[in-house]
Design a protein around this ligand. Structure first.
Ligand SMILES: [Fe+2]
Ligand SMILES: [Fe+2]
Length: 166
C-alpha cells in the first residue's frame, strides 16, 4: 500500500509528465512554424515519450492499489521561439524533471518504500539521457551559430530520429 504522501507525489509526477508532453507538443508546432521539420519530428517523438512516462506512473499507482487523481495541465510557456531557445527550454525543463524525480526518490527512501525507490531507478537513468540529448543539440546549435547551412544539417539529423520500440 502506498502512503498518502507517496501517492500524492506520484500523482503530482503524472501531472509533471503530462505537462512535459504538452510543452513538447507546442515545441513541435514551433519547429513546424520555423520551417524545421526535423525539429518538429524530434519534439513530436519527445511528446510521445512523455506520455509513456505518465503511463508508467499511472500503472505503478494502480499496481500498488493506489488511487490516481488527475490534475489540471498548465498552459506551456512556449511562444515565438528560436531553434536554440527551444532546446534551451527543453534542457531547463528536463533539469526540473530530474529534480522532481530526485525529490520523489528521497521521499521513497525516507519512508523506506523500497518498491517505489526501485521503480524510480528507471527514471533516474532516463533523466541522464534526456538532459544529455537536449544538451547535445544545444552544443551543435551553438557551434553553427545560426548558419543556415548548419541549421539545415542539424534539422536533417533531428528528422532521422525514430520512435523507440521498447
Ligand atoms: Fe519524462
Ligand atoms: Fe523528458
Amino acid at each position: 500500500m502506498l502512503s498518502d504522501n507517496i501517492q500524492a507525489a506520484l500523482n503530482k509526477q503524472i501531472n509533471e509528465e503530462l505537462e512535459s508532453a504538452y510543452a513538447y507538443l507546442q515545441m513541435a508546432a514551433e519547429g513546424d512554424r520555423l520551417g524545421l521539420p526535423g525539429f518538429a519530428n524530434w519534439f513530436r517523438l519527445q511528446y510521445g515519450e512523455e506520455l509513456a512516462h505518465a503511463d508508467r506512473f499511472f500503472n505503478y499507482i494502480l499496481e500498488r492499489n493506489g488511487e490516481v487523481k488527475l490534475d489540471a495541465i498548465a498552459k506551456p510557456d512556449i511562444a515565438d521561439e528560436t531553434p536554440l531557445s527551444l532546446f534551451e527550454k527543453a534542457l531547463a525543463h528536463e533539469k526540473h524533471i530530474s529534480r522532481c524525480i530526485f525529490a520523489l526518490k528521497d521521499l521513497a527512501k525516507s519512508e523506506s518504500d523500497h518498491a517505489t525507490d526501485v521503480f524510480l531507478e528507471w527514471f533516474v537513468t532516463e533523466q541522464v539521457e534526456e538532459e544529455a540529448a537536449a544538451q547535445a543539440v544545444i552544443d551543435q546549435l551553438r557551434l553553427v551559430e545560426g548558419s543556415p547551412n548548419g541549421l539545415f544539417m542539424i534539422d536533417r539529423e533531428l528528422a532521422a530520429r525514430q520512435p523507440e520500440t521498447a
